[in-house]
Write a protein that binds this ligand. Sequence first.
Ligand code: HEM
Length: 228
Amino acid sequence: MNKKQVYIYKAFERFWHWMQAILIFFLAFTGFEIHGSFSFLGYSDAVRYHNIAAYMFMILIVFAIFWHFSTGEWRQYVPTFKNIKSQLNYYIFGIFRNAPHPTKKTVLSKLNPLQKLTYFGLKILVIPLSLTSGLLYMFYRYPTRYGVDSINISTLKYIAIFHTIAAILLVVFIITHLYLITTGKTITSNLRAMLTGYEELEEYGAEENKPSDLARGDMIDKKESLIS
Ligand code: HEM
């Protein structure tokens, strides 16, 4: 099988990825200080920095949505249950037995079925939950302060609970993500790809799966990837 260096992550994609990583990490750090989990910046500075990072995060999200739709890259995240089991088997058993990756990475299909499902869930559920609860948290006081009753929320309790649940889910995701980064062809190959844009990928021949098939999460070689 031929291998070649392929430009897989475009400049904006890498910028968005790293900015998002920094901002979510910073929002989690300041957020859990606000929550009272520890004390480092002091409560009022933590709130101030959390608010600034939240605005930056929202601006980044607007640009990212525009980029994903204008380039068609949103298709990468269409979830599929196909081959989920093989992918799970790989992470639970195969990886410790040096089994080959069950799905093949191509420019048109960068994500394996488990990644598609996870990232789709983040984009459609967890990040919107964090964002809307965060905005309600930010603005809940102001309408009542000026005598406007339209979003007159009497208690912060549920907003705080939903915001904290979203924050915990994001932290769990980050921890899992950090581990999975190391499970590429080599320990650093995924990290290097997201830094430089280039990754060494296998070329596919005529008889093998085309990127269009792979985009739906198909297998490279079912025989190869069956893990007992
Ligand atoms: C655009 C998104 C976000 C907005 C608008 C936002 C806004 C806020 C606001 C206004 C507060 C309350 C500050 C205060 O007490 O005055 C807060 C608290 C908090 N935020 Fe965020 N936030 C956002 C994203 C995040 C993210 C991504 C995380 C974590 C990964 C996070 C974690 C937390 C935590 C843990 C708290 C404390 C919750 C509590 O104990 O009630 N936030 N956020």
